[in-house]
Design a protein around this ligand. Structure first.
Ligand SMILES: [Zn+2]
Length: 245
């Protein structure tokens, strides 16, 4: 029959491993999700910039025809203006011609500035594309990491869960309940004494108490400051050996 305190120490050690495994995996899926969002975001930026560049291409490709059309329209209107019967019609056509002139001026202006715009957009696109590929690379890495970890983890998880069940089967139910009760406050419900201190809250443990613990291994001792169950360094060492085996 294994001593209670050794079982508790084993249980705490196994739980620490299990917590660590779950923590490791716990962050990674969130990281992967965040990176997926980032990749999506960057892709949208690249698309938007590319679209603006396409628009410039389109503007240049059609500018000649559009200018010609506007010019023809203007000439037609100018001819019409000679045949008007009253001032009202004359003014209406003048307005229309003015409108066309403005359109032509805008088009020319756009064409003129399109080179600078294009240059800026190309520079932006370059940055956005490199940020996107960085994000993709990071995502790939983290996805792989998650995949590998899940694989390795499964084996380790299985091992520790099996070990935990074995310990629980041996452990007194009241003690198990007490352990679980403490665990609702402190993740590590039982901790070793290190350098004469509780390794949970680092408050000093009186040497008198440590001596007692060494000789009375049937009684459970708790840290007076944090309430965690305490065990001696010797027990910690024997637990480590058992778990490594
Ligand atoms: Zn403590």
């Amino acid at each position: 029959m294994t001593e209670h305190i050794t079982l508790i120490a084993k249980l705490a050690t196994v739980d620490t491993h299990l917590d660590e495994l779950r923590d490791e995996l716990g962050d990674l899926p969130i990281t992967v999700k965040g990176l997926e969002e980032r990749v999506k975001e960057c892709s949208l930026l690249v698309e938007a910039t590319q679209q603006k560049l396409d628009e410039i291409d389109h503007l240049r490709g059609t500018a000649h025809v559009t200018t010609q059309e506007l010019h023809d329209k203007e000439q037609k209107l100018a001819k019409q203006q000679f045949k008007v019967k009253n001032n009202r019609e004359f003014d209406a056509i003048t307005k229309e011609i003015q409108h066309i002139k403005t359109e032509v001026a805008e088009l020319e202006d756009n064409l003129r500035t399109s080179h600078v715009k294009e240059e800026n957009l190309r520079a932006t696109l370059e940055i956005e594309t490199s940020v996107l590929s960085e994000a993709r690379e990071k995502l790939d890495d983290k996805e792989k990491e998650l995949e590998e970890l899940s694989g390795d983890q499964n084996d380790e998880l299985k091992k520790y869960i099996k070990l935990r069940l074995k310990i629980i089967a041996e452990l007194d139910d009241t003690l198990e309940a007490e352990y679980e009760r403490i665990r609702t406050f402190h993740k590590e419900a039982a901790v070793g004494i290190r350098r004469n201190s509780c390794s949970g809250c680092f408050s000093a443990v009186p040497s008198q108490k440590i001596m007692e613990m060494k000789y009375n291994r049937e009684k459970l001792y708790a840290c007076e400051n944090c309430g965690r169950i305490l065990y001696t360094e010797e027990i910690q060492n024997s637990v480590d050996e058992l778990l490594d085996a």
